[in-house]
Ligand binder design. Sequence first.
Ligand code: AMO
Length: 425
Amino acid sequence: MRVLAAEVKNHLNTEVEVKGWVQAIRTGGSIAFIDLRDVSGHVQCVVAKKENASIFEELRTLSRESVIEAKGKAVESQAKQGYEIQVNKFKILNKSLAPLPLGVVDMVDSDIETRLENRFLDLRKPKILSIFKVQDTISRAVRQYFHQNGFIEVRTPKIVAAATEGGTELFPVKYFDRSAYLSQSPQLYKEIMMSAGFDRVFEIAPAFRAEEHNTTRHLNEFTSIDIEMSFVDDEEAMRVLEEVIKVSSKMVIEENSKELELLGITSPKTDYSFKKISYAECVKIANDKGIKVDDGEDLSTPALKAIGEGLNEFYFITRWPRKLKPFYVQPFDEKYSRGFDLQFGEVEITSGAQRVHNPEILIKNLEAKGLNVESFEFYIKAFQYGMPPHAGWAIGLERLTMVLLNLQNIREATLFPRDRTRITP
Ligand code: AMO
């Protein structure tokens, strides 16, 4: 039976079989040392010429990153790990070409373009694999939280007829003889689900944004963790968000200590305070620190840097001006809204809000934003036959991964990033 490299130590003095990639190989006159790597780690395999005569010559020219299987006895040894496999049966399953376009174990760092170009090799690096093991934990933690707290998982269409987050960031698609778009957000559908009486829904799915700018924080396709809840306000939505971030970072710390260590995170932070700072206060903080922000103007990256400076923390920005938030955000008063963002430093992790639930206000807001009310008819209709008050938010999974792991580029948190210039691999 196949044993993972990391589990070999639990099978000492018995026969084991391992399968994986040749991370390194050293051959001498009568013995070959192969460092075999798989998803769990690596293990040294010792192949003696006398027991594997037929294959031994082939090993002399075997290229790194070829796929092999080896059977033999696991024994304590002088190897770095303190044990090794004394191979009695060895097979090459598939050879790798050489030279490699990207080294897997080399100490030199390649540039991100070369890495993404050869992503399958890049992802073989234990450190890079660690990022996605952590991301898996985050999505498992949020899913578990949602299911324990009465949320129903839904799947909404990704081919849509109307924009939600601003008309310029849409990817058009040809839909037979009509025009359609890739969905920027499940916003309209998750709200309709409140009218449908589902009470609490969540969705973890791709969202598409035709962002022109190629930055270290923007992707053209990202994973949106969306929720919507009935009969709650913005305060309750923020409380749930705080809990979701806390349970996911807690689960990462509990389950990914090995990965965190590989990623250089030795003492992960556990005690976030989730301070709430109103937009008006933010403007004042930025201006006091010499970053000019006019009242009512969006907060620029330098302004957000100034506000987040010294916090090294998640914090909310609340009470955004109505004119900076989308049409579906519930007004707080004439000037401000019940929309909020969750930030970590200058990185925005989440946007959310209590929503408008009154159809007349909704129509007025759409008109005020210069949107075509007709194309929102299917959505407005859901408000005209009994729509409960509701609130919700969306977390960008890659952004959350990025800040929890202190990554400098969002592409690091995406298997196959789609950016301004990249659609392959
Ligand atoms: P918003 O547009 O702020 O809000 O998006 C929500 C969150 O998604 C992430 N995000 C992105 N991540 C990577 N690349 C991008 N181009 C990108 N754009 C957004 C961010 C952001 O905070 N409908 C609302 C949410 C709601 O109110 O429920 C919305 O889509 O982490």
